[in-house]
Design a protein around this ligand. Structure first.
Ligand code: UT7
Length: 320
């Protein structure tokens, strides 16, 4: 049987950390206490105006390839999960491919907002299991700071910029054990950027809008359901999962999800306090940090799960 297995991880955060106090100093009508109490967020990173998603993706991808011990010419598939692409087109994946100096392999973006990395990883797994591809670069990269309304305190304090990447290789060793992806477009309105370009002008609202409480309730429900579904598909009990890496949106969502699943808090990876919500980048960023500090090791069973605009949600359960 062909498995797909993570051969290396990498990540990149732009610039210095921006604290809650820094946001207050910039004139946002908020407080460190409110942000920490409601979200657990202490800081986030914000890209320089000249940096686009592909610029954050490149160092993350290079770090993942170095960890995997491969060079870009080994890559035969590139998938980038992003909702903040450099351009309308070409895809950020094609721009990243050019920056890596390789040609020919398929490269495309996945747009599933905060579930994007899980969607991309599950997609790459299926490409590899088909036998047609051997070495995929799977990236989550975002500059959400570009789509934030800095006058809307209920959203602008929550998000940050960053990128994370994995090299996924064909292997006889497990590997991705199971995945599940879902969407329900009838909930599009509770988390969206409803503007678009028409005739060279932005029409509609080009900023992120969110019904925070509706998103919160939806997220806790589906993160519980999809983790159970994916563990069952892999033939594992939840108690056999060594690490849970949920999308990093709000520490209260992470705690509520872990509690519902019966997974102890010290088995849940939490980086939202230092990164904020980096959308499609949050899961690979959290994975890479955990691998590099030696928390996640070879053989560990890791559940990655995301939820976000669309609405979309999904999970990948893998043996690292
Ligand atoms: O990636 C997936 C997408 N995002 C999420 O998963 C986020 C899900 N939702 C949440 O995390 C939470 O709903 C929020 C953190 C967004 C909001 O927390 P909440 O406990 O649901 O607060 P709330 O919206 O009910 O607002 C409570 C109060 C309001 O004031 P009043 O009406 O009670 O006087 C808000 O105006 O907090 C006020 N408020 C703020 N105060 C200070 C809202 N934002 C802020 C702020 N600073 N930044």
């Amino acid at each position: 049987m062909i498995y797909s297995r993570i051969a290396g991880t990498g990540s990149f955060l732009p610039g210095a950390a921006v604290s809650n106090a820094d946001l207050v100093a910039r004139g946002i009508d908020t407080s460190h206490e409110w942000i920490v109490e409601r979200t657990g967020i202490h800081a986030r990173h914000i890209a320089d105006p000249a940096q686009a998603s592909s610029d954050l993706a490149l160092p993350a991808a290079e770090a993942a390839m170095q960890a995997a011990g491969i060079t870009p010419d080994s890559i035969d598939l590139i998938i980038v999960a992003t909702s903040t692409p450099d351009f309308v087109f070409p895809s950020t994946a094609c721009l990243l491919q050019a920056k890596l100096g390789v040609k020919g392999c398929p490269a495309f973006d996945v747009q599933a907002v905060c579930s994007g990395f899980v969607y991309a990883l599950a997609t790459a797994d299926k490409f590899i299991k088909s036998g047609q591809h051997k070495c995929a670069l799977v990236v989550g990269a975002e500059v959400f700071s570009r789509i934030l309304d800095w006058n809307d305190r209920s959203t602008c304090v929550l998000f940050g910029d960053g990128a994370g990447a994995v090299v996924l290789q064909a292997s006889e060793q497990p590997g991705v054990m199971a995945s599940a992806l879902h969407a329900d477009g009838s909930h599009a309105g509770i988390l969206c950027v409803p503007g678009h370009v028409r005739g060279g002008l932005v029409t509609g609202d080009p900023m992120l809008r969110m019904d925070g409480q509706a998103v919160f309730k939806f997220a806790v429900r589906v993160l519980d359901e999809v983790a159970r579904e994916t563990a069952a598909a892999a033939g594992l009990e939840l108690s056999e999962v060594d690490w849970l890496i949920p999308h990093q949106a709000n520490v209260r969502i992470l705690n509520a999800t872990a509690k519902k699943l019966g997974i102890p808090a010290d088995r849940v990876v939490v980086t939202v306090g230092r990164h904020g919500n980096t959308s499609a980048a949050s899961i690979p960023l959290a994975l890479d940090e955990s691998v590099r500090v030696g928390r996640i090791n070879r053989g560990d069973k890791v559940m990655l799960e995301g939820v976000g605009g669309g609405f979309t949600w999904g999970a990948v359960l893998l043996e690292f």
